[in-house]
Design a protein around this ligand. Sequence first.
Ligand code: NAP
Length: 245
Amino acid sequence: MFEYSIKENCLTNKTILVTGAGAGIGKEAAITYAKLGATVILLGKTVKKLEAVYDEIIALGLAEPAIVPLDLKGATKQNYIDMSSTIASQFGKLDGALLNASTLGELTPFTQIHEQVFSDVMQVNVNAQYLLAQALIPTLLLTEKASLVFTSSSVGSQGRAYWGPYSISKFATEGLMQVIADEYENSSLRTNAINPGATNTNMRASAFPAEDKEKLATTADIMPLYVYLMSDDSLAVNGQTIKAQ
Ligand code: NAP
């Protein structure tokens, strides 16, 4: 596991957007950030799931989150621009964005990849990430210490048989991250990617339905890296893909 000892209140006064905040790793990250003092903006597809995370945060007596229901498959460039300017006007700044939401598509032999599946995976995992980052960067640059975090995978640096669309999309995610990190190297914005490693979530279960889930890392286990990259302890880190495990 990535070693980092999480300091109490280390995210106080930070506003952090988490995509895919309704389930899995995104849900865990949103609640963890809120517990450490951040105000979180919960973006996701299913409103009910976002409301459940909102309720959990409120029940813990933490800062009131904001909810942004958005389907990355259908959202337009203007939706992201509007969201970013609403964040700027409501919160005055954005200290961090965890771009976590993505879709697995189908695991299938390369010659049988369905065009629509390929296109949907690219839309959610690549096009939406590019448009989100493009819209969010001006708001992230309103603060002196901003962190943009993409989510990759082990198949984002080493291709794997049958993982076509997802694997290719994660290579693109790493490319996106590296281009932005290089362009903003001398700015207040740092950009990195996380490779969570095998973690017990719905996505993992749909890829490996028969495996023993008890042997997998939990979403809580991998939080040290997620906190590190949002905290001021990672100010000097830019352009890296870091393994959570
Ligand atoms: P998950 O449990 O399936 O959660 C994915 C989240 O993304 C859900 O909240 C989902 O919302 C949201 N989402 C999916 N499609 C969306 C769309 N079109 N628009 C808006 N939100 C959408 O997955 P996870 O395992 O936590 O994965 C989180 C990230 O880690 C992903 O980028 C994944 O590629 C990466 N990752 C995971 C593992 C692992 O072992 N779990 C390993 C390597 C990388 P709904 O629930 O509303 O659909």
